[in-house]
Each structure stands twice: as structure tokens, then as C-alpha cells.
Design a protein around this ligand. Structure first.
Ligand SMILES: Cc1cc2nc3c(=O)[nH]c(=O)nc-3n(C[C@H](O)[C@H](O)[C@H](O)COP(=O)(O)OP(=O)(O)OC[C@H]3O[C@@H](n4cnc5c(N)ncnc54)[C@H](O)[C@@H]3O)c2cc1C
Ligand code: FES
Length: 282
């Protein structure tokens, strides 16, 4: 078989589609939400999936989709500038083009969670990959039991989507508990790590599903705390991050134990993961 026959489909899968930036909104000092035109007519995604975003001439990185999965007319992504590619992606202006591949990866188990209580635990920019799941659950609110969002940030000024959080706090069908590592003069809420909120949340540990996204150390302690309350690992889901290159299960860069995070993740079930997938030092 000619290698060209193999190479062409792969090249096609690896080719980013140029998408126009419609708007750029500053969320925090280093974090921006981009709205892009979707790559093509009929494009859609499920909560938890990511795209590979290509800053032309700089490089390509995986970024979770933070928009509403029910709205196919826009591709929304929230990016924290931490290095060359994310710096370039957050420096764009309306009208600029960004290359997009995807959506890729596994999804938050919003179907499995139907009929049950849902506990969503997140820290820092981890709220962005969970936002599509939250919007989906709120859109189909009657399908779920108690829904609780536990969110931790470093300080009140680093709360992502602050206006939306305020709106969600006003809902009678969603419990939102927020904590910060360091308060300020105006902060009247809890101070401490996000796991300290778990005891205050109203959910049935025998049947609830938990969705967890944040720094790996936070996810590890959250998993332990939820297991202590009686939530079994098969009902705990985390979104893992590893460096990626191809994004489609070919290069091996995103290996995590027996998984490739791009293909088998990023959303993984804790029972499937076992202990060996967690970074030892955290
Ligand atoms: C599935 C997936 C979804 C992601 N979703 C988002 C998202 O929604 N929004 C977002 O802002 N970022 C997200 N990331 C992280 C993002 O891909 C990295 O920040 C990006 O690759 C950094 O590239 P860079 O060239 O800008 O910086 P680099 O030079 O690659 O990195 C700069 C610094 O950031 C650190 N770093 C790089 N990647 C990560 C990471 N994944 N986690 C923590 N530290 C990192 C590096 O160690 C280095 O210190 C996601 C990653 C994965 C795997
Ligand atoms: S990024 Fe290449 S296998 Fe996952």
C-alpha cells in the first residue's frame, strides 16, 4: 500500500480549519474568552470536549470548549495566557483568524447523571471546561436531582465568569457555594480550599454523580473527600490534562497510564483510571 494513501487522511485530520474571531472578552488579568465562527455548517460539540487551536506561525494547543452545547452558531473558548501559544491566542482581535481542529475527546456524563444528584467541583480556570455541562444541566433541569456547584478560586478578583456565577446563585434550582484561598475586605463568603465545601452540599452520596475539574492536586483531594462521604469511584469523573501534539491518538504525547488523554479523555472515570494515573507527587 502506498504511504501516500495513509498520509493523506492523516494530513486531512491534522489540518486546522481557519475560523474568524468574532469577539474577545477579558475575564481576568490573564484569561480571555474568544467567540469564533464555527468551523463549518452543522458543527457541534458535547460538554467536556476540546479543540486544538492553532495560532498561525506560533503553535497549536488543546483548549476546552466553554460555550453552550445547545448553541451551534458560535464556538466559545476560555484561555489563560501561560506561554507562547496561549499568549498569541489571547492577543487576537475581532476579525483575526485562528486554526481549529476538533471537537475531540470524551464528554462529561450528563446522560448518566440524569435522575441523580449532581455535584460539580471546580477550581480556578477549571470552571471553563465544566461550563458546557452546567449549561446543559440547567437547560434540562427537570431531568436531574439536586445540582450543586462548588467553586474555589485564589481570591475574589480571580473568580471566573463572576457575573454568571452571580446569576446562578440567584436560581432556586442550583446551589452555588464559592470559597477563596484569600479573601479581601469585601469578601463575606468562605475562605479555604474547595474540598471544605463538600460537607455543606446537599446530595445523596449513594447515587450522586460528581464532575471535577481543576489543578490535579485539587482533583485528587476532591476525589478522596467525595469517596469519604460515600461517592464510589465509578461515579466520580475528572478532566485530565497532558501535553498534546496530534490530538487524535496517533503520537503518544498525551499518554496517561494506559490512556491517551486526547482520545480516551480528557474526561475520565476514576474507577477506570485507578491509582496509577495520578501524578505521584501531588
Ligand atoms: C484537554 C485539555 C484542555 C485544556 N483546556 C484549557 C482551557 O480551556 N483553557 C486554558 O487556558 N488551558 C487549557 N488547557 C491547557 C493549555 O493547553 C495549556 O495552557 C497550553 O498548552 C500552554 O501552551 P503555551 O505554549 O501557551 O505554554 P507552554 O510554554 O506550553 O507552557 C507555559 C507554562 O504553562 C505550563 N503548562 C502548560 N500546559 C499546562 C497545563 N495543561 N496545565 C498546567 N500548566 C501547564 C507549562 O509547564 C509552563 O510552565 C487544556 C489542556 C488540555 C490537555
Ligand atoms: S496528542 Fe497525540 S496521542 Fe494524544
Amino acid at each position: 500500500m502506498s504511504t501516500q494513501l495513509l498520509a493523506e487522511p492523516v494530513a486531512c485530520l491534522m489540518a486546522p480549519i481557519p475560523c474568524r474571531v468574532r469577539s474577545v472578552a477579558r475575564e481576568l488579568d490573564d484569561t480571555f474568552t474568544l467567540e469564533l465562527a464555527p468551523p463549518f455548517e452543522g458543527w457541534s460539540f458535547d460538554p467536556g470536549q476540546f479543540t486544538m487551536l492553532y495560532a498561525f506561525g506560533v503553535g497549536e494547543v488543546p483548549i476546552s470548549i466553554s460555550g453552550d452545547p445547545g448553541d451551534r452558531s458560535r464556538l466559545v473558548q476560555t484561555i489563560r495566557a501561560v506561554g507562547p501559544v496561549t499568549d498569541a491566542l489571547t492577543s487576537v482581535a475581532p476579525g483575526d483568524m485562528i486554526g481549529v481542529r476538533g471537537p475531540y475527546g470524551t464528554t462529561w456524563p450528563v446522560d448518566v447523571a440524569e435522575g441523580r444528584d449532581v455535584v460539580i467541583v471546580t477550581g480556578g480556570i477549571g470552571l471553563a471546561p465544566l461550563r458546557p455541562a452546567i449549561l446543559h444541566i440547567l437547560e434540562h433541569r427537570d431531568r436531574y436531582g439536586n445540582v450543586t456547584l462548588l467553586y474555589g478560586a485564589r481570591s475574589p478578583s480571580e473568580l471566573l465568569f463572576a457575573d454568571e456565577l452571580q446569576e446562578w446563585r440567584g436560581r432556586f434550582d442550583l446551589e452555588v457555594l464559592i470559597t477563596v484561598d484569600h479573601g479581601d475586605r469585601a469578601w463575606r463568603g468562605p475562605v479555604g480550599v474547595v474540598t471544605s465545601l463538600i460537607g455543606r452540599a446537599d446530595f445523596d452520596p449513594q447515587s450522586a454523580i460528581a464532575l471535577i475539574c481543576g489543578p490535579e492536586i485539587m482533583m485528587r483531594f476532591t476525589r478522596q473527600e467525595l469517596e469519604r462521604t460515600g461517592v464510589t469511584p465509578d461515579r466520580l469523573y475528572v478532566s485530565m490534562e497532558r501535553n498534546m501534539k496530534c490530538g487524535i491518538g496517533l503520537c503518544g504525547h498525551c499518554q496517561l497510564g494506559r490512556f491517551f488523554v486526547c482520545k480516551d479523555g480528557p474526561v475520565l472515570n476514576c474507577a477506570d483510571m485507578g491509582e496509577s494515573c495520578w501524578t505521584r507527587e501531588v
